[in-house]
Ligand binder design. Structure first.
Ligand code: NAP
Length: 326
């Protein structure tokens, strides 16, 4: 099969197209023929070798967490899927197996969801990592409820594009930060307040909108960009900083957080919950509850360009790679 592989760590130039063996699904796994693979910030970090702390890479290695396509093979004991079913998955790449920048991947069924005919493959492919982690940040860590207020730092990115919609759907009031060119986009997703972090004081903007602070902050940007986050959070509230894997990342001050009775709970996608969360989100998409984030499509061969754009940190919505015209 065709796959964009890396033979070692490095910049986007390490990607090259190769012909590698189609994986064989094991017990409880399915083989998926991929239509689209989406690109996440974790992918360029993976290409640069940052995931060595979690697993040993075997080269040639296929990067990519997310994919949508059709079932092309069934491992032993799989009864919930049949050949040709339309599905989306989060790949086994997080545990060191080959990922989704390829014509086929195998995945454990717990991390697969059927998709409705109304949900196109490129939207489906954009969902697993960004949407599931947003769900975990808002409703797992944040325990966000109807009537509460939430600030999403990074409203225009992958996580923000899903998170704003999820929080609104849950009945929360939603504020989000973004650059000046993304104010209309963030509002179109349902944000009640969009704060231009380049020209506005975010603390003033939040406190004018939510006197006393918000109940929940989901910080998808990190890197010290939300320096006043604790002061923006209501006593008793929670901040969910999403794990960026960046070394020596500035942290929210634990002493100031304790003094204000604000919990800071570092948050990642939770492998134990991710499958059920994916199926919940995809089901709501199938019912037409959510709209797609803005999606830019590049061919699989341009994975390197996609990584350059994502690493630059200002992609609106999601980039997906088209693998096959299914
Ligand atoms: N550990 C996990 O389980 C997990 C899972 C998912 C994601 N993550 C991490 O979470 C982070 C976000 O992921 P993502 O997919 O949402 O990334 P993304 O789509 O690449 O985010 C890009 C967005 O960030 C916004 N942004 C950049 N600087 C900003 C700032 N100072 N203030 C507000 N917004 C800013 C940009 O908006 P403007 O152009 O308007 O500035 C852009 O739309 C990444 O570090 C990723 O690795 C971790």
């Amino acid at each position: 099969m065709r796959a964009m592989v890396i033979d070692g760590f490095g910049g986007p130039e390490v990607f090259h197209m190769a012909d590698i063996e189609i994986p064989k699904p094991g017990p409880g796994e399915v083989l998926i023929r991929i239509a689209y693979a989406s690109v996440n910030p974790a992918d360029w970090k993976c290409r640069e070798g940052w995931l060595s702390q979690f697993f040993t890479y075997k080269f040639p290695f296929v990067v990519g967490f997310d994919a949508a396509g059709v079932i092309a093979g069934l491992g032993e004991g799989v009864t919930d899927y049949k050949i040709g079913d339309r599905v989306v998955t989060s790949s086994n790449q997080g545990i060191g197996e080959n990922g989704s920048y390829a014509e086929y991947l195998k995945s454990v069924t717990d991390r697969v969801s059927h998709i409705a005919d109304s949900l196109d493959f490129k939207t489906a492919a954009s969902i697993p990592t960004a949407a599931v982690t947003s769900w975990e940040g808002l409703f797992g860590t944040g325990d966000l409820k109807a009537g509460q207020s939430v600030l999403i730092n990074g409203g225009a990115g992958g996580m923000g594009s899903f998170g704003i919609q999820f929080a609104k759907h849950a009945g929360a009031r939603v504020a989000a930060t973004c650059g000046p060119g993304n104010i209309d986009y963030v509002k179109s997703l349902g944000a009640d307040l969009a704060i231009d972090y380049r020209s506005q004081n975010v603390l003033d903007g939040v406190l004018a909108w939510a006197p006393g602070g918000v109940d929940v902050i989901m910080d998808t940007v990190g890197q010290g960009t939300l320096a006043d986050g604790i002061a923006m959070t209501k006593p008793g509230g929670v901040i969910a900083p999403i794990g960026t894997l960046i070394q020596n990342e500035p942290q929210f001050d634990p002493v100031a957080a304790a003094a204000r009775n604000v919990r800071v709970v570092p948050t990642m996608s939770n492998r134990m919950k991710a499958g059920d969360q994916l199926r919940t989100i995809v089901d709501l998409y199938g019912k037409g509850v959510f709209r797609a984030p803005e999606i830019n499509v590049l061919p699989l061969e341009q994975a390197g360009l996609a990584h350059t754009k994502v690493k630059d940190g200002h992609v609106r919505g999601k980039i997906v790679l088209q693998v096959a015209d299914i």
